[in-house]
Design a protein around this ligand. Sequence first.
Ligand SMILES: [Zn+2]
Length: 267
Amino acid sequence: MPELPEVETIKESLQGIVGLTIENIDIIRPDYIRLWENQPADYMGQQISAITRRGKYLIFETTGQLYLTAHLGMSGRIYFEPRGKEREKHVHVVLELSNEQELWFQDARRFGGLWLVKHLHHMFRTMGVEPLSRSFNARHLEHLLRNRRVAIKTLLLNQRVISGIGNIYADEALYKAGIRPDRPAGSLQPVEVQRLCKAIKQVLRSGIEQRGTSLRDYQDGFKQKGSFQDHLKVYGHQDQPCPRCQQPLVRQVINGRSSHFCPSCQK
Ligand SMILES: [Zn+2]
């Protein structure tokens, strides 16, 4: 599933469409649109003024202050194709742009979607802090974890607490910080919270530098894959030796999500 670094990479790869006009929105599967605060016709003739990211969502903004937000779910892809090309399978929505290009929204499993949004603040009102923002620091994280009995891994995945972290980067951050994923969140000592805050920022930044993790479907707007999968230390590495202590890594399901960790390095 695309997480913050993948969505950030897609966002960067799409910046070339800022300034272009939306000539048409072709909605092939209406049920892929999750919210209809605006009608597709409202966007026609609008110029795209910005593409930003919030958590795992991409936000397209027009000069008329209409928003189109996208979530990639498990297998979603957003990429450019020349106008007139025969549509591929599972392409549910197409933006026809003024430079003879099209932006295709493809999603085989359809866990993602598009929102035609009027009130952006309303859509994101319950979303947690951005982990790469300045306001996310050890003090803030300590406050978020205080008295929480839920496993730290589960809390890191809760988008209402911290936005953008998924299974891969949660496992990698906890390994880097030396913390077991099943520890109750509130049991972390101040020094551990500091290590975890730093580790979260480091793994997310490395993920962005490597242009994301391409284990299955993920690619950017130009169909380029990322390379962070070559730098993963624990995710998907069960039964392989820990890079630090050489003991075998384990995989354990925690609250329904598979977690990978080193039982000897992570306390
Ligand atoms: Zn180890």
